[in-house]
Design a protein around this ligand. Structure first.
Ligand SMILES: C[S@@+](CC[C@H](N)C(=O)[O-])C[C@H]1O[C@@H](n2cnc3c(N)ncnc32)[C@H](O)[C@@H]1O
Length: 324
């Protein structure tokens, strides 16, 4: 990706960062027509978006917001109108075909110029009976934390629980990042998530051999002993993001942790990232961890951690290290 004067807005657009929180203040207004054209070229008309489009309704909202930001300009470039008309036309075609809105679209998480992770994700927070078909804030925060603390990955076999769309595992195996991790296994209890993770792995590692990409499997916490453990490397580091929201799942998750820690003779640890939505729910889980004889240590400097991903910092994310 060319480094360009709209780099931040481009990064935010490609991963569908909320339009009302985008870095609009980085635009040096007024924008000449050429600059307006370049901004559209960096976002809606970006080759990645042309080939693997982000959600149509998001693109529409983005262009409308851009028109609002440029409302005092005497003239807007035709490409801005064309982008909006293009999105509205697609909506009309979908509606007339009886297809209200597509269930999936792409998101491109740009890490550095010429380096991004592309995931197909659900357009709904909850679909097919799971919350895991899109990437949540806690996964982005844990990804940032690991990129800033690469030593935590040194020679570790990683197992992720409740991996959803697969962002973390795909990140850890990105060749260009050269993270010092060994094997990575990403798991989820939902069949739909496992299928989506498989697709996302295939998309991001089109040419890698098995060692060069994450492995993927279905693992339901309440059926932990039935998992074929001998087929995979013994996990040293467990990861989980945004899995502490439903207290009906706590006992299954604790049972799974007990099983894995026992399997490893306690020679493993876990990083658990949680968006702080309900303090009592989190507190309840932490208390149960202690009752199961785990030591829970908050990771220092999570909020001060550099953001490689576009994150909405208004939602606090807590990361804890769990040992026994
Ligand atoms: C909110 S999503 C988080 C997905 C991903 N970690 C992220 O942060 O983007 C929670 C995930 O936990 C998975 N999950 C919930 N209960 C589970 C269980 N009992 N066994 C295995 N996975 C479970 C869901 O299928 C879902 O993918």
């Amino acid at each position: 990706m060319e480094s360009n004067m709209f780099g931040k807005l481009q990064q935010q657009f490609l991963c569908c960062y909320p339009v009302n929180k985008m870095a609009w203040s980085t635009l040096q207004l007024p924008l000449e027509l050429d600059a307006q054209r370049a901004l559209i070229a960096a976002t809606c008309a970006h080759p990645l978006n042309q080939r693997y489009p982000v959600r149509r309704s998001y693109q529409e909202a983005f262009v409308k917001r851009l028109m609002h930001v440029l409302k005092d300009h005497e003239e807007l470039h035709d490409d801005i109108y064309d982008s909006l008309c293009g999105q509205l036309a697609k909506a009309t075609i979908n509606e007339s075909a009886g297809d209200s809105s597509p269930a999936y679209a792409y998101k491109h998480y740009v890490l550095q110029p010429h380096e991004q992770i592309t995931l197909r994700e659900s357009n709904s927070f909850v679909s097919e009976g799971t919350t895991g078909l899109c990437t949540w804030e806690a996964a982005l925060a844990l990804a940032d934390y690991l990129l800033e603390h690469r030593n935590l990955l040194q020679d570790k076999n990683v197992l992720e629980l409740g991996a959803g769309a697969g962002l973390l595992g795909i990140l850890l195996k990105q060749k260009s990042l050269q993270l010092p991790v060994q094997q990575v296994l990403i798991t989820d209890g939902s069949e739909a998530c496992v299928q989506l993770m498989r697709d996302n792995i295939a998309f991001n590692f089109p040419e890698s051999d098995d060692v060069g990409k994450p492995q993927c499997a279905q693992l339901r916490w309440n059926q932990i002993s039935e998992f074929p453990w001998t087929e995979y490397p013994s996990p040293d580091l467990l990861l989980a993001a945004d899995v502490i929201y439903d207290d009906t799942q706590f006992s299954a998750l604790l049972k799974a942790l007990d099983y894995i820690y026992e399997l490893r003779g306690n020679r493993c640890e876990m990083l658990l990232a949680s968006t702080v939505r309900n303090v009592d729910t989190l507190h309840n889980f932490m208390q149960q961890l202690e009752e199961h004889h785990y030591q829970v240590t908050p990771c220092a400097n999570v909020s001060a951690c550099a953001s490689h991903f576009c994150r909405d910092h208004t939602a606090a994310v807590q990361i804890v290290c769990i040992k026994r």
